[in-house]
Design a protein around this ligand. Structure first.
Ligand code: C2E
Ligand code: MG
Ligand code: MG
Length: 533
C-alpha cells in the first residue's frame, strides 16, 4: 500500500466511527421519547458531545494526513467507541419495542374476546365509564340467544363456536357505526349505543331481530336463531355501569320469559328480582324446618273413571295461610343445587306417606316431577335404588315427569340418567308436551313410556278447533310410539267426555279434583271406592 493510502486509514476509521455515533442518535432520541428515565437524555447529549470530539479528531487527521501507530490506535479506539454506542442504543431500542409490543398484545387480549375479537366485559366497562365521565347519554342492550345451549348440544361445541363467530361478524357488518358490540360470555352480547330515544331503540331492536331471522350457514347447517334483548339507559336508570348491566340483564331474562321482542328495565322488574332473592334466601331454611308439603292430584283412567294414579305436587304453605306457588319457587330453586335437595325431599316424603296411601286402598302410580339439574344428581339414583332394595317402593309404582326443555337441556346426560333409572324399573313421562322444542327423533332414543299433553291445549279445547286438532294428533302420536297418554288441565265434563272419545288413556284436572293434601286425598280415595262399589 502507498503512503498516501496508509494516511487515509485513520481518517476513514474516524469517519466511520463518527457516522455510527450520529446514527446512534436516532434510537437514543426514540428511547428518550418513550422512557421516563433522564439517563437516556443525558446519554443523548453525551453522544452529541462525542460527535463534536470525533469531528475535531477527523479535522486533525485530515489537516495533517500522516500515518503513525499512535494515529492508528487513536482512530481504532474512536471506531470501536462508535460501534459500541451504536450497538448499545440499537439493542436497547429494539428491546424496548419488544416489551412495548408484548405489553400492547397483553392489553389487547385483556380487553378482547379471543373467539370473536370483539371487545369484552372489561372493554365495555372502560368505554361506558369514559362516557359516564363525559356525561354522554347512552343505551345498553344485552342480547342473549334463545336455546343456544340446545343448539350447541345438537351440533357440537366446535360448530357452536363457529355460530357465535359468524353472528359476531354479521352484527359488526350490519349494525350502525355508533353501536359498539361486546361479547360478555357464551351467547351473550352487549351493544353500547350513543342514542337513547324510544323510536331509535325500537328501530335498532327490529333491525337486530331482522338480522337474526335469516339463518346462518355453518359448515352446511342452516341454523335459525333468535334472541332476547334487555335494555337499560344512562343516565335514566343508573350512573353506575355495573348496575346498568345488571338492569339490562334483568330485563333480558324477563324478555326471555315473556317471549317479547325487547324489554326496557323498570323498577317493577327490580322489585320482582328482590322478591326472588328473598325467596332464594328462605328456601334453605324452609327445607331444613320441613315447611314443604306434598299434595296429590288424581290421574283418572278414562275407560272406567277409576283412580289410576296421582301426581305429586309440592306446596309451600305460609304462616298467613297462603301458599307460595311452585311455579314461583321451583324455577328459583332450579338456579342452584337447591332443586336437587327439594327433589330428594319429595321422594323421601312420598315414601313416608306411601303406607297411609296404601292403607286407603291406593295401588296406582305416583308421578313425581323432575328438573334439569336432577339429571346430573347421582345421589338421586342412589336414593331410589336404596328405596327399592329396602322394599320401600316398587319401581313400577313411580313415574317421573320430565318436561321437553329439561330433556333437551343436555340430551346426552338426560339419556344416561333416564336409562339408568329405567333399568331399575322406573318409567318416564314427558310433561307439558307441545310447549317445548323437542325433536321427535330424539324422543325415540329416550326410555319414555308416556306423554302428558300440556294443559294449554286441553283446558279450552272445546272452544278452539286448532287445540282439538293438536290434542288429537298428540294422542295419535303417543299411540303410534306405543306410549300411554294423559291429558292434564281438564276443567269440565265436555272436555273429559271428548277426550275419552278421542281415546286418551288417562285424565287429570280440576274437573276430577284439585291437588289435595294427604288426608283429603285418602278421603277422596275412600269416597271413590264407595262410588265404585
Ligand atoms: P305440572 O307438573 O305441569 O303440574 C300441573 C300443574 O297444573 C299443577 O300446578 C296443577 O295444580 C295444575 N293443574 C292441574 N289441573 C288443572 C286444571 O284443571 N286447571 C288448571 N288451571 N291447572 C291445573 P302446580 O301444582 O301449581 O304446579 C306447577 C308446576 O310446578 C308443575 O307443573 C311442575 O312443573 C312444578 N312442580 C310442582 N311440584 C313440583 C315438584 O315437586 N318438583 C318439581 N321439580 N316441580 C314441581
Ligand atoms: Mg307434572
Ligand atoms: Mg304439566
Amino acid at each position: 500500500m502507498t503512503n498516501q493510502g496508509l494516511n487515509l486509514i485513520p481518517i476513514l476509521l474516524t469517519f466511520v466511527g463518527l457516522l455510527m455515533l450520529m446514527y446512534s442518535l436516532r434510537p437514543t432520541a426514540a428511547i428518550c421519547k418513550k422512557s421516563q428515565q433522564k439517563g437516556w437524555c443525558l446519554l443523548y447529549y453525551l453522544i452529541l458531545f462525542f460527535v463534536l470530539g470525533y469531528l475535531i479528531s477527523l479535522i486533525r487527521f485530515v489537516s495533517a494526513p500522516v500515518f503513525t501507530v499512535e494515529y492508528l490506535v487513536h482512530s481504532l479506539i474512536l471506531v470501536s467507541g462508535g460501534l459500541f454506542v451504536l450497538m448499545v442504543t440499537q439493542l436497547s431500542h429494539r428491546s424496548i419495542l419488544q416489551v412495548e409490543e408484548s405489553t400492547s398484545r397483553e392489553e389487547y387480549n385483556a380487553l378482547h374476546d379471543s373467539l370473536t375479537s370483539l371487545g369484552n366485559r372489561h372493554y365495555l366497562h372502560r368505554a361506558a365509564t369514559s362516557l359516564i365521565r363525559e356525561r354522554t347519554s347512552f343505551t345498553l342492550l344485552v342480547i342473549d340467544l334463545n336455546n343456544f345451549r340446545q343448539i350447541n348440544n345438537a351440533i357440537g361445541h366446535y360448530l357452536g363456536d363457529e355460530l357465535i363467530r359468524a353472528l359476531s361478524i354479521k352484527l359488526r357488518q350490519h349494525l350502525p357505526e355508533q353501536c359498539s358490540i361486546y361479547r360478555m360470555s357464551g351467547d351473550e352480547f352487549t351493544l353500547l349505543w350513543e342514542k337513547t330515544t324510544d323510536i331509535e331503540l325500537e328501530l335498532l331492536a327490529n333491525q337486530i331481530h331482522e338480522l337474526l331471522s335469516s339463518p346462518l350457514d355453518i359448515h352446511g347447517y342452516s341454523l335459525h336463531i333468535s334472541a332476547s334483548i334487555g335494555v337499560s339507559c344512562y343516565p335514566r336508570h343508573s350512573g353506575n355501569i355495573e348496575k346498568l348491566l345488571q338492569q339490562a340483564e334483568l330485563a333480558m331474562y324477563a324478555c326471555k320469559r315473556r317471549g317479547s321482542e325487547y324489554l326496557v328495565f323498570s323498577e317493577e322488574l327490580n322489585q320482582g328480582a328482590k322478591e326472588k332473592l328473598a325467596i332464594a334466601a328462605r328456601l334453605k331454611e324452609a327445607l331444613k324446618s320441613k315447611e314443604f308439603q306434598l299434595y296429590y292430584q288424581p290421574v283418572i283412567e278414562s275407560a272406567d273413571s277409576s283412580v289410576h294414579g296421582a301426581e305429586i305436587l309440592i306446596r309451600w304453605p305460609q304462616e298467613d295461610g297462603s301458599f307460595i306457588p311452585p311455579n314461583l319457587f321451583i324455577p328459583i330453586a332450579e338456579q342452584s343445587s337447591m332443586i336437587n335437595e327439594i327433589t330428594c325431599w319429595v321422594i323421601q316424603q312420598c315414601l313416608l306417606e306411601l303406607p297411609a296411601l296404601k292403607k286407603a286402598g291406593f295401588k296406582g302410580n305416583l308421578h313425581i316431577n323432575l328438573s334439569a339439574k336432577d339429571m346430573h344428581n347421582p345421589s338421586l339414583v342412589t336414593q331410589l335404588k336404596g328405596a327399592v332394595s329396602k322394599g320401600e317402593i316398587q319401581p313400577q309404582q313411580l313415574i317421573f315427569e320430565i318436561t321437553e326443555s329439561t330433556m333437551m337441556t343436555d340430551i346426552n346426560q338426560a339419556r344416561k340418567m333416564m336409562t339408568l333409572l329405567a333399568r331399575t324399573g322406573f318409567s318416564f313421562s314427558i310433561d307439558d308436551f307441545g310447549t317445548g322444542f323437542s325433536s321427535l327423533s330424539l324422543l325415540k332414543v329416550l326410555p319414555l313410556s308416556q306423554i302428558k299433553i300440556d294443559q294449554s291445549f286441553v283446558t279450552d279445547m272445546e272452544a278452539s278447533s286448532s287445540n282439538t286438532s293438536i290434542v288429537n294428533s298428540v294422542i295419535y302420536l303417543a299411540k303410534s310410539l306405543e306410549y300411554s297418554v294423559v291429558a292434564e288441565g281438564i276443567e269440565d265434563r265436555q272436555t273429559a267426555d271428548r277426550l275419552c272419545s278421542m281415546g286418551c288413556h288417562y285424565l287429570q284436572g280440576y274437573y276430577f279434583s284439585k291437588p289435595l293434601p294427604l288426608d283429603s286425598f285418602t278421603q277422596y280415595l275412600q269416597n271413590q271406592k264407595t262410588l265404585v262399589h
